[in-house]
Design a protein around this ligand. Structure first.
Ligand code: FAD
Ligand code: NAI
Length: 475
């Protein structure tokens, strides 16, 4: 017997589960299909983000940061510790518990909002009258009729050619979150967001970490001044970063992994390590969707082709999150999910792609919104810049964490804020003020005139705004 829904969402990551909740809130009879299984084979909604992405990586970043603080920072506070140790299985069990709380939270939210959840793999069967027929393959196969379909199937790690993930030695983000003991040596291919975050986790716990990056520049998408500072700090922390390399061959053997590569000078090199994390970007998940059955169009890179409003080439089929163009970020997926649900309900959902914040949860954290200085230069826009170092911020001194700065870029003529870039403590939280400011088209003077609590890190944002007009008070 088939079940009929106004909206069927395929994929229960942040794009899909949030879209389903919003659609249900708007009175639409909504189902969400997700195939992720927990260790017991049960449902684990939340997608990459909850199971092997944002949430577990931040849990391990927190644990490893505590360990590093205990080992290095506590002493200057007069706190003495003897025989510091790390129980990796316990740390991983805590991380798994944090993941489970999030999985359970989503199942609760589905119930609360009356979203019907199906655990299994969703695929298109055919276009049916007034919509689409969707099959659910799993323990309890089902056939659903959907008036509207939202595809939110996410992405998976891209492997290096000839070096498939075995998750024991050659690790994707999944295996990188499950390493059972601190490796003595860890190789990382790709100095992007995952490479730096996961490399930081295992470095803090004692691994010698070497990062091999293909591009000649470090963190090319980040404001150059911030990226330079990050490179300096990470190198000082002990990350060995080699830029401009070409990976030639990866061999996994009993003793570890051997990576043959050509370095930036053209010399042949070999990196031998116990484990290798490969973090060279992600590919959209569309296999198994049976997109061909209904003629759903993919773009040349395999993403579902959508317009700015997440409409596919088919009436009533939408796609959001990592499976479509744009940054692969959980909050971008969520915003798209909400906007699509609202459009289906006849409202005017909107996502402002210019004010999507980015955060890299290393220590120091790196966060930004809007344009970088190099982008402004390239576009020929006249701008003014203000920077303020955390070294001159009282709260940062009290925290014992004075690395980095806040940098603000504003239009030279109108003073509208065009970009804010932070490297330093709690950058992930500080960036929210900049996002609000840019959403409201604030000028740097607006931020400079707003009262910020003292002592707080946010005063560095105010001072960076003052610096745009060359009138910092504390530097
Ligand atoms: P996903 O989260 O990938 O969810 C898709 C879901 O659909 C999955 O459960 C998948 O199994 C399921 N699915 C796929 N095909 C089918 C099918 N045919 N039928 C049923 N179900 C299906 N982003 C941030 O913003 N902040 C971070 O701190 C952050 N950290 C990250 C750390 C790591 C290690 C990784 C890998 C990613 C991180 N990301 C982070 C990125 C973030 O996880 C993704 O952008 C986000 O999960 C995308 O959401 P989504 O809903 O599009 O897809
Ligand atoms: P990434 O795109 O951030 O970085 C990949 C890096 O690998 C790039 O620097 C690229 O030049 C390099 N590279 C590509 N091919 C290579 C090769 N053959 N040899 C050496 N280097 C190579 O991708 P990553 O780190 O895999 O993360 C995927 C996505 O997940 C990110 O783009 C981000 O959207 C998301 N994510 C977000 C996080 C956050 O918001 N804090 C945390 C982790 C992931």
């Amino acid at each position: 017997m088939s079940k009929t829904f106004d909206v069927v969402v395929i994929g229960g990551g942040p794009g899909g589960y949030i879209a389903a909740i919003r659609a249900a809130q708007l009175g639409l009879n909504t189902a969400c299909i997700d195939d992720w299984k927990n260790a017991k084979g049960g449902p684990a909604p939340g997608g990459t983000c909850t199971n092997v992405g944002c949430i577990p990586s931040k849990a391990l970043l927190q644990s490893s940061e505590h360990f590093e603080h205990a080992g290095h920072a506590f002493a200057e506070h007069g706190i003495g510790l003897e025989k510091l140790s790390i129980d990796v299985p316990k740390m991983l069990a805590r991380k798994d518990q944090v993941v489970k709380q999030n999985n359970d939270g989503i199942l609760y939210l589905f119930k609360k909002n009356k979203v019907t959840f199906f655990h299994g793999r969703g695929s298109f069967v055919k276009a049916a009258e007034g919509g689409y027929e969707i099959a659910v393959a799993g323990d309890k196969p089902e056939t659903l009729q959907a008036k509207q379909v939202i595809v939110a199937t996410g992405s998976s790690a891209r492997a290096l050619p000839g070096a498939a993930f075995d998750e024991q030695q050659i690790l994707s983000n999944d295996g990188a979150l499950r390493v059972g003991a601190v490796p003595k040596t860890l190789g990382v291919v790709g100095s992007g967001v995952i490479g730096l975050e996961m490399g930081s986790v295992w470095r803090r716990l004692g691994a010698q970490v070497t990062v091999l990056e293909a591009l000649p520049t470090f963190l090319g998408a980040v404001d150059e001044q911030i990226a330079k500072e990050a490179h300096k700090v990470f190198t000082k922390q002990g990350l060995k970063i080699h830029l401009g390399v070409k990976i030639n061959e990866v061999k996994a053997g009993k003793k570890g992994v051997s990576v043959a590569y050509t370095d930036a000078s053209g010399a042949a090199q070999t990196l031998d390590c116990d484990k290798l994390i490969v973090s060279i970007g992600r590919v959209p998940n569309t296999t198994g969707l049976n997109a061909e059955a209904v003629g759903l169009k993919l773009d040349e890179r395999g993403f579902i082709a959508v317009d700015d409003d997440c409409r596919s080439n088919l009436a009533g089929v939408w796609a959001v999150g990592d499976v479509v163009r744009g940054p692969m970020l959980a909050h971008k997926a969520e915003e798209e999910g909400v906007a699509v649900a609202e459009r289906i309900a006849g409202q005017h959902g909107h996502v402002n792609f210019n004010t999507i914040p980015w955060v890299i949860y290393t220590s120091p954290e790196i966060a930004w919104v809007g344009q970088t200085e190099q982008q402004l230069k390239a576009s020929g826009r006249a701008y003014r810049v203000g920077t303020f170092p955390f070294m001159a911020n009282g709260r940062a001194r009290a925290l014992g964490d004075t690395t980095g700065m806040v940098k603000m870029l504003a239009d030279a003529a109108t003073d509208e804020i065009l970009g804010v870039h932070v490297i330093g403590p709690m950058a992930s939280e500080l960036i929210a003020e900049a996002v609000v400011a840019m959403e409201f088209k604030a000028s740097s003077e607006d931020i400079a005139r707003i009262c910020h609590a003292h002592p707080s890190l946010s005063e560095a944002t105010k001072e960076a705004a003052l610096a745009v007009d060359k009138r910092t008070l504390n530097f």
